[in-house]
Write a protein that binds this ligand. Structure first.
Ligand SMILES: Nc1ncnc2c1ncn2[C@@H]1O[C@H](COP(=O)(O)OP(=O)(O)OP(=O)(O)O)[C@@H](O)[C@H]1O
Length: 973
């Protein structure tokens, strides 16, 4: 619907140049001296310095209520109806609390287009309109409807009978610093108007305090029906904030704001909520709610559309603008969103989105609780912390999705519940120099945290008719709660009237508990909060199936509700106390401080963790390095050991070779090498023949030096025996001297048989030691080979590429070979031991014999010439000694000694024979066909640990001994 009055274009900064059409002045108007001109009430003289720079003429004393006498300085509209009653509207200079910092606050005003819009609108107030009140019109809603004065704007009436006047711009812009409780609107109508509003003019002044904190506005929704024709009974004057009904039970209603059909959401927000939102940011509680019949634009006003955002999104924008513009404080915002549907509270932020009409959600029941500090609150209720307008809008949009709506006769998407958005604002002064609040105590300013709440409520619409049972049930709950709200508001006034004092508003006598809505609004209605009520109406019943009469009745009821609210609700809102988060329920709520402390704690923890991690990393790295180093060292050590072992092996092998060669040389010197190259280690003694020992070095398969030794005893004829026979062939009987000489030659440096035996002993022992060393070496090699084999096996297994069978096989073969070799060597060792033992005993026997023999020989040599040596030798053979001479007797004795020595050798031989025979008997050895012996196979199996006896060697030794024995015997013969 278009305004009939020419309105200045919004961007215009100056007053309109063209004068508005003159208004016809009514009789009553004349009788009262006329209405004050708009210039007198507002803008032409108002400086354009911004929102907080009102004309000083509008500033009442900060703490005292505006006296009636001073009202002429305020915006006032006085009229006198036909009954002589004066209707006087006094616009509060300070409809909402002002910021304490005066100009500083002005400077910090957000550069919101909303605020500048206010300024610009303020400056473009039209010039004086002419008002004319119809004579004889009853004051306001006196119910008579006839002869009542209805303000009309003559000459600006629309063709459809409605008068649409722009709301007076910046009607609440005037403010006084630090004055928070002046009246917004004051009526001086001691007659009907006063009665209808339940207000006595005489007591009006006593109610001025606190009323300025309550704003009641009415918004008229444009009709949608094309054929809707207003009947001309309604008049809406936005400039005067007046709605008048000229019909039955009609009257004039003044409010803080009246928005005509063409007023958009931005304008509505500016006038009903902008300042309130700022006060909330400063620490006051604030409540804005929309009340009205279904389909009249409550949701449209609160939420708006994408192109025309409503109160909620604009408030959110302003909240964040304020935060941006206030660097001296830090803020924390949390939001909750609930609905009261069929007298049950639902958390819209905890519900799945979608239209849940009639649905049963398994949600924990939310109850209303009361706390001395928090007042009445719903619990448990999800609160989301938001950090940006977008995030906050998203949260609310999510709640909207979950809100119950349904199609009704009046509204295709009617809200079937009361929806309450609550934004809790926590703020705290920043400490200069410590913006991060690193230290717990340092981060806390002395004042602590201030908590305030902004409640934005979109009530469900009242309705008379409902088609379905469900709608009827919803409707009955809605209507009941709205009725209770109306009753409470009405009784607010009653209560005050009855007790006569403002303080008596503790709720005891008021039916707050009759509905969840009133219980939730208890704090706001009882004066703890700044309140702004937007009542929406639709003039005309276009688009409605309700009859025009019933529609009008509903509209009038809404207007009555608005009037009651305006007159009865008194707010003494105070800035919320700053709470220290030390404890208590209030403290526990202060999330800002808790989060700050948590942040500090977490930061510390993070730092500690980071330090620990660094330390741990360093330690781990060190440990890793140490382990690697140890592994490297171990590896190097192993390598070194292996190298040393190899070197040792090589050295041992070389040494053995050298020793062996040395022995060979010595043996060659001492014993002489026989024709076949064999030598007798026992050849020093004429009666012993010795098996030759052949040592050789051979390289192993692996290319490592391996000692391969074979020992064989070859049956050789004693050199002595051969020499003896040669002697015999040459001279029949060899002289003992020749024999001795030969012996000496053959014995080399040993010189005598004793020395020879000792040398043999030493040689054997050296050989034994060599063999021991060799065995040890072999054992070491064996161990090493086994270790290498197992590691190679494990590596082969671990690599998963198959086991290196071939290599292992060769290793195992090698091990077996080595085992066999060791066993053989052990056996040889044993044999050597035995031989050494036998030789030792033989050596002892022979020593005795030699001593005697040498003495005998000496004597014989004295008695006989050198030419008879051979015969002496013959004589020295056993036989009957010559009885004629003394030396012959002595010689005979010596010969007997020689015989005994031979006997001892025989004994040794016999001992060996017995040993062999014994073993043959016990089955340990088997006699071969050629006189050789071998170990019984089963015996080997039974006692593998028992060293095998080199029977062949023993046998050959024995044969050799026997052969040597035969020599002297033959000579004897
Ligand atoms: N001032 C307005 N300008 C244009 N359209 C409006 C205005 N107010 C309301 N409407 C439209 O009227 C319809 C009903 O409005 P809305 O849903 O806001 O009513 P309501 O009072 O919230 O109803 P209910 O109580 O059933 O939820 C919507 O389509 C809305 O766009």
């Amino acid at each position: 619907m278009s305004a009939s009055l020419p309105r200045p274009a919004r961007p215009s900064l100056g007053p309109p140049t063209a004068a508005l059409p003159a208004l016809p002045v009514g009789k009553t108007r004349k009788s009262t001296g006329g209405l004050p001109t708009p210039a007198g009430r507002s803008t032409p003289t108002t400086p354009r310095t911004g929102l907080r720079a009102p004309s000083s003429a509008f500033l009442p004393p900060p703490t005292s209520p505006a006296p009636s006498g001073s009202l002429t300085q305020s915006r006032s509209i006085s009229g006198l109806n036909t009954a002589g009653k004066t209707i006087r509207k006094v616009v509060s200079i300070n409809s909402f609390p002002q910021p304490p910092r005066g100009e500083a606050r002005i400077a910090s005003l957000p550069p919101s287009p909303l605020s500048t819009g206010i300024s610009s609108r303020k400056s473009k107030t039209p010039t004086t309109p002419t008002y004319q009140f119809s004579s004889g019109t009853p004051s306001l809603l006196n119910g008579t409807g006839e002869g009542k004065s209805v303000a009309r704007l003559i000459g600006t009436r629309n063709s459809d009978g409605l008068i649409s006047v722009s709301s007076p711009p910046q009607s609440r812009s005037s403010s006084a610093q630090d004055s928070y409780s002046t009246s917004a609107t004051q009526y001086e109508d001691g007659g009907e108007g006063a009665q209808q509003n339940g207000t006595a003019s005489g007591k009006r002044t006593s109610k001025i305090d606190g009323k300025g904190n309550v704003i009641v506005s009415v918004r008229v929704r444009p009709d949608s029906g094309a054929n809707e024709r207003p009947d001309g009974e309604w008049m809406v004057d936005g400039r005067k904030s007046l709605i008048a009904y000229n019909g039955k039970e009609g009257g004039s209603h003044y409010y803080d704001n009246v928005f005509a059909t063409h007023d958009d959401n931005s304008r509505v927000y500016d006038h009903i909520a902008k300042r309130l939102v700022r006060r909330v940011m400063e620490g006051y509680h604030g409540t804005v709610f929309a009340y009205g019949m279904t389909g009249t634009g409550k949701t449209f006003s609160m939420q708006g559309t994408a192109s025309s955002p409503g109160v909620i999104p604009l408030a959110i924008t302003d909240i964040f603008s304020y935060i941006r513009e206030t660097p001296s404080r830090e803020f924390l915002l949390r939001v909750s969103y609930l609905e009261i549907y069929n007298e049950r509270i639902h958390d819209l932020l905890s519900m799945p989105t979608g239209n849940m009409v009639g649905g049963n959600q398994a949600q924990e029941e939310i109850k209303l609780r009361e706390d001395s500090k928090r007042g009445v609150y719903a619990s448990p209720l999800k609160e989301e912390i938001v950090q940006s307008p977008t995030q906050l809008l998203r949260v609310i949009a999510r709640g909207d999705q979950a809100r119950r709506t349904a199609s009704t006769q009046f509204n295709a998407r009617s809200s079937r519940s009361h929806a309450v958005v609550q934004i809790v604002v926590e703020s705290r002064e920043r400490v200069p120099g410590n913006p991060a609040g690193d230290n717990k105590r340092q981060g806390l300013p002395p004042g602590g945290v201030r908590v305030s709440t902004l409640s934005l409520i979109d009530l469900a619409g009242s309705e008379k008719a409902a088609e379905t049972k469900e709608r009827r049930q919803e409707g009955s709950h809605i209507n009941k709660s709205l009725l209770t709200l109306g009753t409470v508001i009405a009784k607010l006034s009653d209560s005050k009237e009855k007790d006569g004092k403002l303080a008596d508003k503790d709720g005891k006598h008021l039916p707050y508990r009759d509905s969840k809505l009133t219980r939730l609004l208890q704090g706001a209605l009882s004066g703890n909060s700044l309140v702004s009520i937007l009542c929406t109406i639709q003039i005309g019943s276009a688009g409605s199936v309700a009859t025009a009469n019933s529609h009008t009745t509903e509209t009038l009821n809404t207007l009555k509700f608005a009037s009651r609210a305006k007159n009865n609700i008194v707010s003494h809102a105070k800035r919320a106390e700053e709470a220290l988060g030390g404890g208590g329920d209030g403290g526990a709520r202060v999330l800002l401080e808790r989060y700050r402390m948590e942040i500090v704690e977490l930061r510390k923890e993070l730092e500690t963790q980071a330090n620990n991690k660094n330390k741990k990393d360093v330690e781990e790295e060190k440990e890793r390095d140490a382990v690697e180093e140890r592994a490297r060292e171990k590896e190097a050590e192993q390598r070194h050991e292996e190298q040393m072992l190899e070197m040792q092996l090589a050295r041992t092998a070389l040494k053995e070779r050298i020793d062996h060669l040395n022995r060979l040389i010595l043996s060659s010197k001492s014993t002489g090498v026989n024709a076949s190259g064999s030598y007798s280690s026992l050849g020093m003694h004429p009666r012993y023949s010795q098996g030759s020992v052949r040592s050789s070095m051979a390289a192993s398969n692996a290319g490592r030096p391996m000692m391969e030794r074979t020992a064989s005893m070859t049956s050789t004829t004693s050199t002595i025996g051969r020499k003896s026979s040669s002697h015999r062939s040459s001279g029949g009987v060899e002289a003992p001297a020749a024999l001795l000489g030969d012996d000496e030659d053959s014995m080399g440096e040993f010189g005598d048989g004793t020395a020879s035996l000792a040398a043999q002993n030493r040689a054997l022992q050296a050989d034994l030691a060599d063999k021991n060393r060799y065995i040890q070496t072999l054992e070491k090699r064996l161990l090493q080979a086994r270790r290498a084999s197992s590691s190679r096996t494990s590596v082969g297994l671990a690599s998963g590429k198959g086991i290196m069978v071939g290599e292992d096989h060769s290793v195992s073969t090698l091990i077996k070979e080595k085992d066999a070799e060791i066993a053989e060597l052990r056996a040889r060792l044993d044999d050597k031991d035995k031989m050494v033992t036998a030789l030792r005993s033989a050596a002892r026997s022979r020593d005795n014999a030699d001593r005697v023999e040498s003495r005998a020989e000496h004597r014989i040599s004295e008695h006989r010439g050198s030419e008879h040596r051979g015969s002496q030798i013959l004589d020295s053979n056993p036989g009957p000694p010559p009885a004629t001479s003394l030396p012959s007797t002595s010689l005979a004795r010596q010969v007997s000694h020689l015989r005994s020595r031979t006997k001892s050798v025989d004994e040794m031989s016999r001992m060996l024979d017995e040993m062999i025979a014994d073993r043959v008997e016990t089955g340990q050895i088997i006699r071969g066909t050629r006189g050789s012996f071998r170990v019984a196979p089963e015996r080997q199996k039974e006692s593998p640990a028992e060293p095998p006896i080199q029977l062949q060697l023993l046998s050959k030794q024995r044969t050799s001994v026997v052969l040597e024995q035969q020599g002297p015997v033959a000579m004897e013969a």
